[in-house]
Design a protein around this ligand. Structure first.
Ligand SMILES: Cc1cc2nc3c(=O)[nH]c(=O)nc-3n(C[C@H](O)[C@H](O)[C@H](O)COP(=O)(O)OP(=O)(O)OC[C@H]3O[C@@H](n4cnc5c(N)ncnc54)[C@H](O)[C@@H]3O)c2cc1C
Length: 392
């Protein structure tokens, strides 16, 4: 792709900046950081994006998307991260939405897609199970046909934001015959159905975003099956490739790294700046170089997707590198917090580190351990590259 910006691109960049300044206001940000108002604030933010026409940049126009060019995507993401604006919740807009418009029937498209675009339904992802993570095809949650319904029994785990969700897209076993990948179906399940129980899981950062979801004789209309019965593995894989591509988080890493560089050069400890430590400087530069290389790889993948391709094994590469870089930056932030640990809060510049930097850095570091696990662990991504790219 051409990475030089045209006058049109620059005008788009200005429009994005102006929109964030106006629409992502302080009041909204306060509600987003409060547990009690988080869900409604996310919906509120996503509706503002919807009204602007920017809620689904990569969906086809025919389904209500914006069909941005890779350059527009790049500009938007860079500005979003630079302004500290949160990304949309991916489960509806980036995961099940594309599955529905690609593999769903007309009735499903009409029923679900407009509600996803308007954030009227909050979705979550029911893939993993207690005994099926990396080896996802071993999943055991069963859906048995009974008249016009499936009856679902089993449990999903690590289900992010299930506590807020109206719908869950699930992989369920509809057959035990033949290869285990063949008997899996892709089912949309109303979270308000009788027989569903959500059990919270508090993660190492002391926050609650994860859950276990139990299904006890949950009746799901057969009309909620996507595509063909027993063929869900194909749809699930298409979704995972997109999921991995967006996990790379390049724009957010760029912002986080720039912030580390800035803080290390502006905050003093006993007359010294951390940036003057040659070892710290070298680590910072190494990560910057890796990130720049990743950014160009991501742009190449986005350009080929925009030209009609689907992300393949490249998405595994983006996921591995992107999450390793995120964790390296989180470690640097912890080091930064540690370096200034002994400085009295009154001596810290409020506009640089302030008093919550240490706890924010710790929380991001703790939760960040998960990045090399979710979306398919990095070890498993290496296996995919070994097989699909290196032919081993
Ligand atoms: C924060 C977080 C959020 C999540 N959100 C969701 C969600 O919303 N919905 C959802 O469905 N799932 C979600 N997951 C689950 C996630 O997809 C799984 O954790 C992941 O696929 C790994 O599965 P597992 O936890 O069962 O680990 P396991 O598969 O048991 O793996 C354990 C270890 O063994 C390694 N390993 C396993 N197999 C191989 C192999 N063949 N070769 C080499 N090494 C291997 C793994 O890399 C890992 O280090 C989330 C997970 C986390 C941590």
């Amino acid at each position: 792709m051409d990475t030089s910006f045209s006058a049109e691109d620059l005008a788009f960049r200005d429009e994005v900046r102006a929109f964030f300044t106006e629409a992502y206001d302080d009041e909204l940000q306060a509600r987003l950081s409060d547990k009690a108002t988080f869900r409604e604030a996310v919906i509120d933010w996503q509706r503002r994006l919807y009204e602007k026409g920017w809620i689904a940049p990569n969906w086809p126009k025919g389904h209500g998307g914006a069909e941005w060019t890779p350059t527009q995507n790049f500009i938007y993401e860079t500005e979003r991260a630079a302004s500290g604006v949160r990304d949309v919740v991916p489960f509806g807009l980036k995961m099940v939405g594309p599955v529905i418009y690609t593999f769903g029937n007309d009735e499903q498209k009409e029923r679900f897609l407009p509600r996803i675009l308007r954030s009227e339904d909050w979705w979550c992802q029911g893939y993993s199970e207690p005994g099926a993570g990396s080896d996802l095809a071993s999943l055991k949650t069963r859906a048995e046909r009974d008249g016009d319904d499936y009856v679902v029994n089993g449990a999903k785990i690590w289900t992010t934001y299930a506590q807020y969700a109206d719908w869950i897209f699930c992989l369920v076993r509809t057959s035990s015959e033949g290869k285990k990948q063949n008997g899996i179906s892709f089912l949309l399940i109303d979270m308000h159905s009788p027989g569903i129980k959500v059990n919270p899981i508090v993660s190492i950062d002391n926050h609650h975003s994860l859950n276990e979801v139990e299904f006890n004789n949950v009746r799901v209309p057969v009309s909620n099956l996507i595509g063909e019965e027993d063929k869900g593995w194909t749809y699930a894989k298409a979704l995972l490739a997109h999921e991995r591509t967006s996990i790379a988080g390049v724009a957010d890493s760029k912002r986080a790294l720039a912030e580390v560089r800035d803080f290390a050069a502006r905050e003093e400890n006993g007359g010294r700046f951390l940036i003057d430590d040659p070892l710290f400087q070298q680590r910072l530069s190494d990560i910057e170089i890796e990130l720049m290389a990743l950014e160009y790889t991501e742009l190449r993948v986005l350009a080929s997707v925009a030209a009609g391709g689907a992300p393949g094994a490249e998405s595994s590469l983006l996921k591995i590198k992107g999450t390793e870089i995120q964790q390296a930056i989180q470690e640097l932030r912890m080091e930064l917090a540690g370096y200034y640990q002994g400085v009295l809060p009154t001596e810290l510049s409020p506009e640089v580190l302030g008093h919550s930097f240490g706890s924010d850095a710790r929380q991001a570091f703790m939760y960040g351990r998960a990045a090399t696990i979710y979306g398919g662990s990095n070890e498993v991504q290496k296996n995919i590259i070994a097989k699909a790219v290196l032919g081993l």
